[in-house]
Write a protein that binds this ligand. Sequence first.
Ligand code: NAD
Length: 264
Amino acid sequence: MGRMAGKRVLVTGAGSSGEGWGNGKAAAVLYAREGAQVLAADLRREAAEETRDIILKEGGTCEIATGNVAQSKDCSAMVQACVEAFGGIDVLHNNVGIAETGGPVEASEESWNRVIAVNQTSVFLTCKHALPHMVAQGGGSIVNVSSVAALRWIGFPYAAYSASKAAVLALTQNIALQYAGQGIRANCVLPGLMHTPMINAPLADSYGGDVDEMIAKRDRISPTGKMGNAWDTAYAALFLASDEARYINGADLVVDGGLSGRCA
Ligand code: NAD
């Protein structure tokens, strides 16, 4: 029996923004490998299909939905798709996150509003639509992907991203405490410097536009000498989502090789 046998899991942002493994894609595939039925939701149909095809090829179970997590009706439809496909929703894994750099002066108001909507309001919306099902079922587990940028300056201005990821921590704790008596847990994973496709486009600019230099620098900064990867995030999420973590609620699990503990 897998660690997620019998679980019905919705992963948002279950695709990958480029070649290779994003955190959401790895989590969706890992949940399926551990026996879950996975609803892979993404803004881009082809990204969700790619994840589904990997899972089906490995003999797992996966259906897809497309939609924008910044829109309430799309979040409702994603939850509904999971409930209709599998009969309920045991795990809600909020993976979607976009990175736009800049402080209050450099970043446009549009950029601020976009990042807050996609990274922060989305978590409120998916929870709004998933929680009633979890309450009716008598339990569930929510895993929200935040970031060490919620806790620390990461070397350049990242105002909206950091603020949105910090809000995810507070929102998760609120939900964890409000629903603890109803068998529902909510926890966060806080990845540090991970080598995933999402870092290429937006972040390379902050490293002078040179992706190779950015990767080398992120490796150098990492206490282990190497960035983490999508599987490091996915295995942490798997633990929090599973019944192994049944007494872990409102926790922030940092996955950063020790980066955030550094003072020199
Ligand atoms: P990714 O960019 O590879 O994948 C994200 C997926 O989300 C893509 O398939 C994209 O199409 C989808 N998506 C984007 N906007 C969407 C929307 N509005 N609605 C629905 N789907 C949407 O990213 P990833 O590697 O999977 O990482 C995602 C999460 O990890 C984010 O929350 C990010 O902030 C967090 N994180 C990453 C790092 C890192 O170093 N890579 C560090 C800390 C936190």
